[in-house]
Design a protein around this ligand. Structure first.
Ligand code: C2E
Ligand code: CA
Ligand code: CA
Length: 699
């Protein structure tokens, strides 16, 4: 009953009701006003008629009684007066002679009281010889003179008539008026209500529209064509709604759509995952979240520029969308569609509801990888990207967006570590290693601050005479609980946490300062410093190296920078640009781990390097593996042709040394001569060999 009640109460408080009520009040007021006026006029007219009628009665009597007065026939006069009074409209009457002597009276008491009629009206009638009348206290009093046949004033007739008749007539008139007014109200009030309702209809539609707009959709428009203020109001309302609507859509786009690719953004994806996982829990179904990171995108972005990079992301988005839609259609279009989103940078995510068989999920991921494996055409350049995908399955790997995304991200990192262009499922053990990584990163931060890092030096020895020709600086971490850690334990973490910049700078500064100090004591030996990808690719790399050289006072020719083959391969033009300003000053460059990156020869001949460092894996297997031996031979032949120096790494046995010497390698580095050692040990080692040599020479 509550809705009916509220409906009624709303109707009672509606504008139509208020206006109708006001109209009713106005109608009643008008009718009352008219009735009062009408009544007044009626009363006046009735009164005049009554007075006239009373006067006529008295005059008619006066005409007929002059003889009786002259004859002093009181009994006849008495009967005339009585018959007059018997009629209801005269209450009192008397007849007096010309000298005002009372002759007869309708009321015997009045007769007795005074012999003379002293009423002023009587006096006036006799004095003027004309009929006089007066109304007082609801009574009409009349005094009419009586003339004889000879036209002589012989007496006077006095009557009093009540005006009850008048009041009765007024009452009747009033009742009639009221009846008319009521009938008029009954007829016209509904008509007025109808008219009011009709003219207020635009307001009703405005109200309805406002209500819909506030609770349901802004997609409402009001059609009011009244030509009055309401139409102006309705049009303004429509404009306002459409502006709010478009603003809201804009806000929604900004909040939920990635502007570069037009894909849903992180927030939108998160919401969708939330909805789908909830539904999956309720309906006992499953699905997968894929976390995708493009391989090699950063390099492409750096070399093509941001604008082209964005275009490339757009193309990637399109392929992802097409692949996802293709899968949805293949599934028969039933069930929830998949969603592709961009988290930012080169990271994308896919939500695949209703998929639970892990073989099928793996096929899905493989389909996505193949879709991105085809080359992209960016302003005429063929660009090859790959993708690393991490897969988290719900509900088993998590039931809410955060954990699913985190787990898929972890799995993606594993896919990337194993070389990229692959998909990995999340495994609970990944959480543990991620945790360890986190601890490691935090400790590494402290290590930098608290000077726990040290630089060790390993000699590079001349093949021909065994003299120490130069050194390589290798960083160590003097961990407070784990002891001395080699870079393999922390360089990756340093790269990922961005600490590598700081660490690399520190090593470079230390190594340069050390070499400068040795040189000042007569031990003039070049020092080689390893530089990571991130460090090398930073735009102010060359400047910071030059600044360190200047501050430490090391001659640029005594610094050799080692870049791994994979860094050197990434982006030729960029490498040349970064290397050239330093090479111009005399800094040397070496390709580290050479042979592992399958570089093309034509590419290498164009690169500005001074030294090839043959990777230790070839040196180690040279003796038993003819293929390794062939690789070493080729590298050495190539170096000879390009007039480059070569360093053979990881030389542990004299057999290896002999073999390398036969092939014509320039320098050797390895445990056969010395492990990496602290600076003081290195200095002692180098000086001892030099002194041996000098002694031999002088002997
Ligand atoms: P790398 O540049 O190839 O350095 C040579 C590695 O081989 C060193 O390992 C060295 O101790 C080891 N080694 C030398 N001779 C022998 C041998 O005869 N037998 C064997 N089995 N190993 C030998 P380390 O010091 O653990 O460094 C590992 C890698 O860490 C380095 O490989 C280098 O890529 C990186 N690294 C070291 N210091 C730095 C640094 O200051 N900055 C950067 N970015 N990376 C560094
Ligand atoms: Ca190295
Ligand atoms: Ca190496």
């Amino acid at each position: 009953m509550a809705p009916l009640h509220s409906l009624i109460s709303r109707f009672m408080r509606s504008l139509v009701m208020k206006f109708t009520f006001m109209t009713a009040v106005l109608m009643i007021a008008t009718a009352t006003f008219l009735m009062v006026i009408e009544n007044r006029f009626d009363q006046r007219a009735n009164e005049a008629t009554l007075v006239e009628r009373a006067g006529l009665k008295a005059q008619i009597l006066a005409l007929n009684i002059s003889d009786d007065i002259l004859a002093d026939d009181t009994s006849r006069l008495q009967s005339r007066v009585s018959s007059l009074v018997e009629r209801a409209d005269v209450t009192q009457a008397f007849i007096a002679d010309a000298r005002r002597r009372m002759l007869v009276h309708s009321d015997p008491v009045g007769m007795v009281e005074s012999g003379l009629a002293a009423d002023p009206l009587v006096v006036m009638a006799l004095g003027s010889g004309e009929t006089r009348s007066e109304t007082t206290n609801n009574t009409v009093r009349v005094a009419a003179p009586v003339y004889s046949a000879a036209n002589r004033l012989v007496g006077v007739v006095y009557t009093e008539s009540p005006m009850d008749e008048l009041r009765a007539a007024a009452g009747i008139a009033m009742r009639r008026h009221m009846l008319t007014a009521t009938i008029a109200m009954l007829i016209f009030l509904p008509i007025a209500a109808g008219l009011i309702f009709w003219s207020l209809r635009p307001i009703a539609s405005l109200t309805d529209a406002a209500r819909t707009a506030s609770s349901k959709t802004l997609d409402v428009r009001i059609n009011v064509k009244t030509g009055d203020e309401l139409e102006v109001l309705a049009n303004a309302f429509n404009r306002m709604l459409s502006r709010i609507d478009s603003n809201l859509k804009r806000i929604h786009r900004l909040a939920y759509v990635d502007m570069v690719t037009e894909l849903p953004n992180r927030e939108r994806f998160r919401k969708e995952v939330e909805r789908v996982t909830q539904k999956a829990v309720e309906e006992d179904t499953a699905g997968a979240v894929l976390f995708l990171d493009l391989d090699r995108f950063k390099r492409v972005n750096d070399s093509l520029g941001i604008e082209e990079g964005d275009r490339l992301l757009e193309m990637v988005a399109r392929r992802l969308r097409e692949a996802a839609r293709g899968h949805d259609l293949a599934m028969g279009g039933a069930g929830e569609p998949s969603m592709v989103a961009r988290l930012g940078g080169d990271e994308f995510t896919l939500l695949v509801p209703g998929i639970d068989d892990s073989a099928e999920i793996a096929r899905y991921a493989q389909m996505i990888i193949s879709a991105l494996a085809r080359p992209f055409d960016v302003s005429g350049h063929q660009v090859f990207l790959g993708a690393s995908i991490g897969i988290a399955v719900f509900p088993q790997d998590g039931a809410e967006p955060e954990s699913l995304l985190r787990h898929a991200d972890l799995a993606m990192a594993h896919a990337k570590e194993s070389g990229g262009n692959a998909a990995h499922f999340f495994e609970p053990s990944m959480n543990q290693s991620a945790f360890e990584r986190l601890v490691l990163e935090n400790e590494l931060r402290d290590a930098v601050k608290e000077n726990q890092l040290v630089v060790f030096y390993q000699p590079k020895v001349r093949m021909t005479d065994g003299i120490v020709a130069s050194s390589e600086a290798l960083v160590r971490w003097n961990h407070p609980t784990s002891g001395l850690l080699s870079p393999g334990h922390f360089i990756d973490a340093a790269e990922e946490s961005g600490l590598i910049g700081e660490i690399g700078d520190w090593v470079m500064r230390n190594a340069c300062a050390q070499a400068a100090e040795w040189a000042s004591h007569g031990l003039v030996l070049p020092v080689a410093v390893n530089v990571s990808a991130m460090q090398f690719e930073s735009p102010d790399f060359a400047d910071s190296v030059l600044e360190i050289l200047e501050q430490t006072g090391l001659a640029p020719e005594l610094l050799e920078i080692e870049l791994t083959e994979s860094i050197a391969m990434r982006d030729p033009q960029r490498v040349i640009d970064q290397v050239q300003p330093l090479r111009d000053r005399g800094v040397k460059f070496a390709i580290d781990d050479f042979g592992t990156g399958h570089s093309s020869l034509s590419y290498l001949t164009r690169m500005p390097f001074d030294v090839f460092k043959i990777d230790q894996s070839f040196v180690r297997s040279m003796a038993e593996d003819p293929h390794s031996r062939a690789v070493v031979e080729t590298i050495l032949a190539l170096a000879k042709a390009l007039k480059l120096k070569t360093v053979a790494e990881g030389v542990e046995t004299t057999e290896q040394l002999t073999a390398l010497r036969e092939e014509g390698a320039t320098l050797a580095q390895g445990y056969l001569f010395s492990k990496p050692v602290p600076a003081a040990d290195f200095e002692a080692y180098a000086r001892a060999i030099l002194e041996d040599e000098e002694r031999a020479a002088s002997a």
